[in-house]
Structures are given as structure tokens and as C-alpha cells.
Design a protein around this ligand. Sequence first.
Ligand SMILES: [Zn+2]
Length: 122
Amino acid sequence: MTTEDNKLDSESLEKIKKELTEKREQILKDLEEVSTGNRVKFPDYGDKLDENAQEIDEYTTNLATDKVLEESLRDIENALDRIEKGVYGVCKYCHQPIGKKRLLARPVASACVPCKTKLQNG
Ligand SMILES: [Zn+2]
């Protein structure tokens, strides 16, 4: 794969922006449901909560869900903020382009794969 193939083009950026905006709407809606005490279906993004979570009582589950939602929301807002500032898709550690493939797979990514791997191993 050449660097050019993995470069974030404006079409992909628009797609990511739309996706992030839609996810933000969904999370805000879910957060509202948590705060009003309605039963929350587990969100279909990010890491899946394991099945044990279902055994925890509803209060704890809602708190956990709340936390996951808020973290996702923060990630999404940071990503949208980077798009606005024109610095989206740049690794926050090495300042190299993160790459289109990774961004399409994980739009909230703020670090490139090599840096992320280094962090997880170190
Ligand atoms: Zn990096």
C-alpha cells in the first residue's frame, strides 16, 4: 500500500464526520435515557461489555453504561474538534498521519498504530 492510498481524502473525512456526528446524537440520547432511568440497551460501538455486566444490578449497570457513554462522547467530541481545527488524523504522539484505513475503522483514534502498540506494550 502506498502512502497516497492511506491518505485521508476529503470524501473519507466527510464520511467520518457524519458518522461521528450521528454517534454523538445517539450517545446524547442514550445518556438522557440513563438519567431518566429508562432501560438502556447496550450501545453498539466501542468495546463490548462482557456478559458478566448483565449480572450486576441495574444501578451499577447504568453507572457503568453512563461512564462508557461519557468516555465515548468525549472521544467523539475531541475527534470532531480536531476536524474543525483541521488537525484530524494526525497522531498526538509522533505527529505523523494516522492513516485513512485506521481512521475509517476507528474514527476517534488519536494515535497511530505504532504509537498505540508502543503504549500498550510499555
Ligand atoms: Zn504516532
